[in-house]
Design a protein around this ligand. Structure first.
Ligand SMILES: Nc1ncnc2c1ncn2[C@@H]1O[C@H](COP(=O)(O)OP(=O)(O)OP(=O)(O)O)[C@@H](O)[C@H]1O
Ligand SMILES: [Mg+2]
Length: 388
């Protein structure tokens, strides 16, 4: 067995958003030195580390500087150019997930094609480099258009209902998908270590806000039969094993009205739907990712308590953050509030999340509704008091 040396290898994280912040927090528990690369010196992760490379994501010098300060590099977002990541490998760093895995997963078409090649069930889709009425007419309506690259949180995704929507088409290389008749959206986190060990987290049920296509809350364990839960976990395990990916991934699935499970997408990083693991599981998804990429034994993904997670999305107008209902939320037992520390509120922007634990999942859901009705972050104009 390979000896683990101490002090541990220095970790670099490309991206200092909330996922980066929670990765830093997990790393700091084990005193792993972490450097974060982000364009903003006030990104959420910068609150928890002072080792920051402030550089745009398309600046080679930034990656060179990160590589000089790190031994192992990972990403909190998948849309980073492989060329830059490769340059870190050329500087002698290890990169997880591998550039090969990232190249497949950062392009929605390549990812879908890969799923088909692996015989992993997914919905009907088509490549569409030049979106036009002719192409969508041939594909058939209603359809979902997804930008191949750079989309997240539902941005870059839209439903085209018929020819009259053609004017809405994003003029970017895309894929077209059939609209799936969804009974429930599910997600499964899976981690795979350097030696091929795999652990699978419980199945989470994701409830979306239909208008903005963004996760509203999630429930774990998902309220589906054990048989379906095992089938979803098997599919997720199969995805990660076939990719031979090292690290943690979130596998998003659709359970269709006819009872089929389809893989929607694979995210090669800790996932929004895995935040709950910090409080509810033996090993959080963040620590698990670190264990996997460091080549350490993986931790147990066991669920210690049913959980509900609520996203705190920015409300009102763009502006400085103001919070309401914080005292009430903090006074509730089994309620864990996370604030990302973003300096500016934008409507729909992820500003934080709340995890609610309760032995009774239905009780956790009602508590989550209470939290949602009292707690909120909204924007106010900078010098509101001085406007007059
Ligand atoms: N083929 C489809 N049929 C029906 N609904 C869909 C389809 N594809 C996507 N959606 C809806 O749009 C949401 C966002 O799609 P998807 O996850 O592919 O995009 P994304 O921008 O990568 O989102 P995120 O970053 O939030 O995961 C899905 O969770 C689902 O609610
Ligand atoms: Mg998604």
């Amino acid at each position: 067995m390979k000896q683990i040396t101490y002090p541990f290898p220095r970790l670099g994280i490309v991206g200092g958003g909330q996922l980066g912040k929670m990765l830093v927090q997990a790393a700091s528990k084990l005193s792993i030195p972490v450097t974060v690369l982000d364009p903003s010196s006030s990104a959420p992760a910068c609150v928890v580390t002072d080792k920051i490379v402030t550089a745009p994501f398309d600046d080679l010098q930034g990656y060179m500087s990160l590589a000089r300060n790190c031994d192992v590099i990972t990403v909190e977002r998948e849309d980073i150019s492989i060329l830059y990541l490769q340059s870190c490998i050329d500087e002698g760093c290890q990169l997880f997930p591998s550039p090969d895995c990232l190249a497949i997963l950062q392009d929605k078409f390549l990812q879908k094609q890969w799923l088909v090649d692996q015989n992993i069930p997914t919905c009907r889709f088509q490549n569409c480099d030049d979106p036009s009425l002719e192409v969508t007419n041939l594909f058939g309506y209603p359809l979902v258009q997804k930008a191949k690259q750079g989309g997240f949180d539902g941005r870059g995704v839209q439903v085209i209902r018929g020819p009259s929507d053609a004017g809405l088409l994003f003029q970017v290389p895309s894929i077209l998908e059939t609209v799936v008749d969804i009974e429930m959206e599910l997600a499964v986190m899976v981690a795979r270590g350097q030696d091929g060990e795999v652990v699978v987290y419980p199945v989470t049920e994701m409830v979306f806000e239909s208008k903005r296509n963004i996760l509203d809350h999630l429930i774990v364990p998902a309220r589906v039969s054990l048989e379906k839960q095992h089938a979803a976990q098997d599919l997720a395990r199969h995805c990660v094993n076939s990719l031979k990916l090292v690290g943690l991934v979130g596998v998003e699935l659709f359970l269709t009205k006819s009872g089929e499970l389809l893989v929607n997408e694979i995210s090669p990083r800790p996932h929004n739907s895995g935040h709950y693991t910090i409080e509810a599981c033996q090993t959080s998804q963040y620590e698990q990712h670190i264990r996997a990429i460091m080549g350490w034994p993986l931790g147990s993904p066991e669920l210690l308590c049913p959980a509900v997670m609520v996203n705190l999305l920015g409300e009102g107008q763009p502006g400085n953050p103001q919070i309401r209902g914080f005292r009430e939320a903090m006074a509730m037992s089994g309620v864990f509030v996370h604030l990302y520390g973003k300096e500016r509120v934008l409507p729909g922007r992820k500003m934080g999340h709340v995890v609610i634990l309760d032995d009774d999942v239905e009780r956790a859901i009602s508590k989550a509704l209470e939290v949602k009705s009292c707690l909120g972050i909204f924007g106010v104009l900078h010098d509101e008091g001085e406007k007059t």
